[in-house]
Ligand binder design. Structure first.
Ligand code: MTE
Ligand code: CO
Length: 416
């Protein structure tokens, strides 16, 4: 009898959840569960311990999911599913909603058949199994990964109504793995070894040229994410981690690393992921993701604002170091306040900020601006366009504006 009642409740909640396709809608409550009554969940035994061997979020959180923009890409295999930033708090992106970006779909690989090959300008070419990799000294690190195309649709003006779509090509997770440096040194680098070319085992066979200086600095060969094996979407069983640098270089399902003396100039670093300037010339490489921030709530997909005390919150990150300060404006950048940035502020990882204020019901233009440990200040979109022109798609780290209407609804706008 208890089970039947539980299933009925779950069914109703899921129906309410699917009605909300783009944002957060509170499931309808039942006054009979409110004090002084004893709520139904207090009257019956709860779920048994073996009901969910692998736990899932509450059914009332069913709308906190990745979402895609149908018209953005020509196929579903070469596409993007965005992180629901508006519904998250803290800094760690839960694995199940971490944005995914593939160029040839996400392959499911048997780890027993996994091999990593090192070849090219090395003393001894090597072939590692996953077990071999796990015998190198291990490290655990938290880093953000931002696709260079994040906010790309917003170059020419406000486009998409929600930070899931404008800023959701980012995730911030904890990796465990080994230093790429240790693996390269095991193979032995020849004197003219100046570049590496990691290659994916997916149908896209993705490759990127990475300078040896970065490869020997902080790159990781990672096999876990948030404490468990990498998710398939994130490159199971092994991905490259290139801290602070554009997401495209973080090769997933990594099967080979070629060592060379020059960059290869493959597709992903020529016709794609380069920035076309106003004079028709393209910037050659733009590796580092500059400081950027976004207010995740209030924001278009989050619940409408109500008068009185409000918590404004968001994320800030920089590929050049840690977040030093985040400023918040309520009037489109005329006046700025310091937000409370939470500790720890890890380098090349997302920081969470809060700003507490009382809303009087008048329209607002919300903005945030990140300042990193190098002193770099996140620019306005106008400042970016002055330098880069309007042809760009990639590397838009301009300040985002949310317009709060008198009725508390929030929309994506641009102010100049
Ligand atoms: N690696 C392989 N093998 N294939 C790919 O399609 N996409 C790249 C990169 N690594 C890709 C890849 C791009 S463009 C980005 S932004 C990141 O992976 C996305 O990583 P994620 O799916 O964990 O978000
Ligand atoms: Co990308």
């Amino acid at each position: 009898m208890t089970t039947t009642r539980r299933q009925f409740l779950a069914g109703a909640a899921v129906a309410a959840g699917t009605a909300a396709t783009s944002g957060r809608a509170l499931a309808e409550g039942n006054p009979e569960n409110l004090p002084p009554n004893v709520a139904e969940w207090s009257q019956y035994l709860g779920a048994s311990v073996d009901e969910a061997p692998y736990g899932m979020p509450s059914e009332y959180e069913a709308d906190v999911v990745r979402r895609s923009v149908e018209w953005l890409t020509a196929s579903r295999e070469s596409s993007i599913n965005f992180t629901p930033l508006y519904a998250l708090d803290g800094t760690i992106t839960p694995s199940g909603v971490a944005f995914e970006r593939h160029h040839g779909g996400a392959p499911s690989m048997n780890p027993a058949d996994y091999r990593l090959m090192i070849n090219g300008l090395v003393d001894k070419p090597l072939l590692f199994t996953l077990e071999d990799l796990k015998r190198f000294p291990r490290v655990t690190k938290t880093y953000f990964l931002e696709c260079a195309a994040n906010s790309g649709m917003e170059w020419r003006g406000a486009q998409l109504n929600g930070c899931q779509y404008t800023h959701g090509m980012i995730h911030n997770v904890e990796y465990s793995g080994v230093l790429l440096k240790d693996i390269l040194e095991e193979a032995g680098l020849k004197a003219d070894a100046k570049w590496i070319l990691p290659e994916g085992a997916d149908a896209a066979g993705m490759t990127r040229s990475i300078p040896m200086e970065k490869a020997l600095d902080d790159c990781l060969v990672a096999f876990t994410m948030n404490g468990e094996a990498l998710r398939i979407e994130q490159g199971y069983p092994v991905r490259l981690v290139v801290p602070g640098w554009e997401g495209n270089m973080w090769v997933k399902w990594m099967r080979r690393i070629e060592v060379g003396d020059m960059p290869w100039h493959h597709r992903e670093e020529t016709s794609k992921y380069t920035d076309l300037l106003a004079n028709g010339k393209a910037r050659r490489f733009t590796w580092v993701m500059d400081a950027k921030s976004v207010i995740t709530s209030p924001s278009p997909q989050a619940a409408a604002m109500k008068k009185g005390p409000n918590v404004l919150t968001g994320l800030a990150w920089s590929g050049n170091g840690a977040i030093d300060r985040v400023d918040v404006s309520l009037d489109g950048g005329q006046n700025w306040f310091h937000a409370r940035v939470q500790e720890p502020r890890l380098p090349k990882a997302c920081a969470r900020f809060y700003f507490d204020f009382v809303w009087d019901g008048k329209p607002l233009l919300l903005q945030s601006r990140a300042i990193d440990s190098t002193g770099y200040v996140q620019p306005t979109k106008d400042e970016l366009r002055e330098v880069r022109g309007e042809n760009s798609i990639y590397h838009n780290n301009g300040i985002q504006t949310w317009h709060v209407r008198e009725n508390g609804e929030v929309e994506n706008v641009e102010v100049s």
